[in-house]
Design a protein around this ligand. Sequence first.
Ligand code: GN1
Ligand code: MG
Length: 355
Amino acid sequence: MAPPELTSIASRFAGGESLDTISPLGSGLINDTYAVTTRRHRRFVLQRINPQVFPAPLRVIANQQALDRHLATKPAAAVKLRTPRLLNADEGRPYVIDSAGDVWRAMQMIEPSRTLAALTSLDQARQVGFALGHFHCLLADMAPDGLHDTLPGFHVTPAYFAEYQVLLAQPPIVADDGDYHACRDFIERHAGLIDSLEAPRQRGELSVRVMHGDPKLNNILFDALGLKAVSLIDLDTVKPGLLHYDIGDCLRSCCHRRDRHRFDLAICQSVLTAYCAETGDSLSPGEREYFYAAIWLIPFELGLRFFSDYLAGDRYFKSTAPRQNLLRARAQFALCEDIARQRSDIERLIAQLPG
Ligand code: GN1
Ligand code: MG
C-alpha cells in the first residue's frame, strides 16, 4: 500500500492527533499489521484484515465487539487477562474501508508487554496454561451460535485434506523433489488420523464452544519481565469450535524445540497442568481423552495447510522465499513424528492431570 493512503487510514483512528511513526508489527502470516505512534506518544495497532482469508472482514469486527460486550458483563476482578479493545475511527465506526475496498481496524496496544520467541522456564509454561484456561473460562458462558463463523472450515482437518486432494489432482506447479515426496508420503501414511477430532465431534463426544482459534505462543503477551501472562491477542478466529483445537495449537507452538523438532514433554506437562487447574471440571474426562489426538493433529493439520499452500502457489500464508511453505510443512511433520514417538509418555501425563 502506498504510504500516503496508509497514513491517511491511520490518522482516522488517531482522534485528531497527528502521527509520528507507522512501522510494521509482529510476524503474522495473514493480516498486515502496523504499530502507529502519535505525536503525543500514544501507540495503537493498525491492521488490514486479509480478505483472501476472511471472507467477511466486518464479521471479524462484529465478533470482536461481541467478545468485548461479553467481557464487560464480568466483574473487573474476575477478568485476569486483557484483550485488545477496538478503537473507533473518525466516523464513530470501528473500521475504515480503503480505496480497494479492504477493511482496516485499530486496536489498543497492550503495554507494557512483550512476546516470547520461546519458553525458557516451566513457570512461563504454567502462565501459558493459565492464560488459555482463563480465556476458555471467560468464554464458557458465551453462546457459540451468537458469533459469526469468520473462517468456515478453520481447523476442520478433513476439509483441508479434501482441498489438498483437489490440488494434488491438478497439474503440478512445484518441483517433484525429496521434500515434496517426504510431505506427500507423510500425509498419505497418516490419512487415517485426519478425522480424529471431527469424528468425535460428529458423534457428540466433543462439544462446540467459543474458542480462540490461534492461541500460539506469540499471541500470548507477557509482562515486560516475561514472568506473567497479561493478554491474549489476535481475536480474529474467536468463533465456534473445539477447545481441543486451541489446546493443540498452543502446545504445538510452546513445546516445539526447533533445533531438532523435539516435542518438549516437561513444557507440555506444565502448560496442561495449569490449564486444567484453571478450567477445573469444565472439560469432561471423555473430552480429556482427546487431548493426545489434538496434540498430534493440529501440527499435522498446519503441515498439511502449509504444504497445500505451497502446491497452490503460496496464496494463503505470507512467505518470503519460494520453498518456505514446503519447509514449514516439513518442520510440522517432524514435530508430529516426535509427538508420536512420545505418545505413551504424553498419554500418561494426560491421565495424571488434576481436576
Ligand atoms: C496464521 O497470521 P497468524 O500468524 O496469526 C494462521 C494460523 C497458523 C499460523 C502459523 C487465520 O496465523 O492458523 O497457525 O499462521 N491463521 C489463520 O504461523 O489461518
Ligand atoms: Mg492469527
